[in-house]
Write a new protein. Sequence first.
Lengths: 212, 212, 212, 212
Amino acid sequence: MVEAVEPVGRDKRVARSQAAVLAATYELMLEGGLAGVSVDEVSRRCGVAKTTIYRHWPSRSALLLDACSQMGTAVPVPDTGGLAGDLHILVEGLADQLRAPGWPAILPSIIDAAERDPDLARAHAELHRSLMDPFLDAVEQARRRGDIRGDRDPTAVVASLVGPLFYRRWFSREPLDAAFVDQVLDVALDVAGAAARQGSTSGGGARSGPVR
Amino acid sequence: MVEAVEPVGRDKRVARSQAAVLAATYELMLEGGLAGVSVDEVSRRCGVAKTTIYRHWPSRSALLLDACSQMGTAVPVPDTGGLAGDLHILVEGLADQLRAPGWPAILPSIIDAAERDPDLARAHAELHRSLMDPFLDAVEQARRRGDIRGDRDPTAVVASLVGPLFYRRWFSREPLDAAFVDQVLDVALDVAGAAARQGSTSGGGARSGPVR
Amino acid sequence: MVEAVEPVGRDKRVARSQAAVLAATYELMLEGGLAGVSVDEVSRRCGVAKTTIYRHWPSRSALLLDACSQMGTAVPVPDTGGLAGDLHILVEGLADQLRAPGWPAILPSIIDAAERDPDLARAHAELHRSLMDPFLDAVEQARRRGDIRGDRDPTAVVASLVGPLFYRRWFSREPLDAAFVDQVLDVALDVAGAAARQGSTSGGGARSGPVR
Amino acid sequence: MVEAVEPVGRDKRVARSQAAVLAATYELMLEGGLAGVSVDEVSRRCGVAKTTIYRHWPSRSALLLDACSQMGTAVPVPDTGGLAGDLHILVEGLADQLRAPGWPAILPSIIDAAERDPDLARAHAELHRSLMDPFLDAVEQARRRGDIRGDRDPTAVVASLVGPLFYRRWFSREPLDAAFVDQVLDVALDVAGAAARQGSTSGGGARSGPVR
DNA sequence: AAGTAATCGAGACGGTACGTCCAGTCTTACA
DNA sequence: TGTAAGACTGGACGTACCGTCTCGATTACTT
């Protein structure tokens, strides 16, 4: 994982160079995906010598990897008291992120690389976990409360929740409109077999609810 | 772009070179993703001069794109008479493909490229359509038959069906086991609000069945 | 020896690039010795891409070597009929060359490299031979004519002739004035044990003759 | 320049570091000539930090230069009472040194550098002087004794003596066999016009031996 | 069947990038 | 203060690839 290079006060220069390099790398990544990042260009853009870059990261891949890891979008775990409310917040947040530019443009690059490079696969796993953990936590918390069926695999619930969103963002490239997001949420609650349906409605608002 | 390489009887040599080039490209693509394909290597491997390759494809991207298009995995539209049966066949088939090596390893490359290159985005859209059309057809046919709720967007149904599968293959990298696939199928039928699904209730639990 | 790259009419570009590269290399060599030649700088200076340079010469050394070989200063063998006259012309010519800028500034570089690199040693040997052969020829011819003692090693005669000149140019860095050159010539003729001394004077003119 | 490294008691550490550095430098010089010495490698090899090296020598050249100076092969001035005897000892000693590994392998490096760097030229001059002074002393002593012709330039005599030896060692790379050395000595005595050399007019052959 | 034009291979060429090594300067922390 | 440790800029090395180019040798279609 490239070792965030212990920031012991040792040398401020180290910290400054590394920050500059990572920033430039991230910028280039946004512009052209992983493939659009070249060490030479990073060096040129941030004024840090190529040699210095290679002193801190053993290879271009390591640099990319590090830049990817920093991408972790910390999402606070909500606690509305009910599964529906929690998930609603989380899903809306995710949809917002997916609609924005930024990491959604890079992720396919990472996934592609992860397909072949074990190191990047590990980085991707970590990144993914940091992204999905709040969802998983919400679901597991609900299960502990007895709000959902005990025989449901929480990861499957999460899959049914975020899978369709991801699908629309990267595969079908259809818009992530509110109606779709609501419907997805609805379905996922069904999957969870949410016990107390009445409470769940509070979360959605717009949600039409399956029936009445 | 890429101009379908009209194989009009023009010259047999043309056809032969192009076939050889595409084959080598495809091979390299499987080995190392889009990034693993270099024109030099393609030339070396299939014995066709680099010049010739550039004579037929304006750029590396165009070649990749063309090779990707050939990847289209033709899926026959099943017709069991019922939505559940049709989808079952389709989903199982898709899951099988996702579990196999081959294009699942390449698709992220394409999606990544599509994120920035409009041409590749178009190619991806086409590829995607050819993959998903059978699903959409099945759903729409069911709707015409009145088997599912009319207020459901067919594309949303498809998303809830394949989204979770895709998610597991590329994002969470969890196994696509049979139980998961079954559950996904169940849920999707719920989403569709499939009529007369007495058996399906097992999936939803609380869900009292579609409509009414 | 890098193969002067047969100038078959194939491609004029090859000839042109190579000529430009060698010229720039030679120029840089004059300015800074072998050590002053960098492939990057050659490329920059003559407008030939570094890649192209490496296409024609496997390494920097090979390029240097080739440039050195081209340095051969063809000296015509004189024929005044007598050893003294021949040597006089040759020695004066050599002294002139030693006094001029140009290869005298580079030769130490080559000798140094030859001390460790067998390839360059070979190149140096060839260069040296082309430089000294006229001297050797003159001496051997004289021997065939019976003008000099038969028990003298021709190479030793040459050594006694050019050794002191070389010594002054590179080792003691004293000036190569006419008196010195004359004296050296005188001595060498002594070494040769030139038979007909009277004839030898014709060559020197200035030469005061040993004693009386 | 280079400031003779005054070993004033200042700090013992200084002396120790400098000695270690010079030793490592000399070692590297023997292995790969001047070009084979890199400050990094010196630092690595002798455990003295690069910074420290640059504190004591302003540049790589200065270090090389200093190391070269240490190379001075002190040659004792012989005194056999006669020029022939003195020169015989000196020349044999020089030939022995030339045949050995060590500085003969480095000198071309120095000469090359001296061709362009005035500082190194000065260092070379000094080194050269320390090497040739015994020869010059012997000749001048003989002249004072009246043993040789007064109209001969002593430096020319020295040139005729060591020039051929140097020539064979570095330029023609022919062996420095005893016969050659003897002949060179013979000739030089001729040049000197050693007194009472009735035979000398003959050039060679006739020469009845050194003197007397 | 010959002639003409399309097609081909071989590979030179200018560029950009890679990852390494070295020169020299500068900073920090320890004696 | 002198030293070790090592970060930093900058430049060169030799390699791989991209996309363009010129050349001469094969084809295949045409007359």
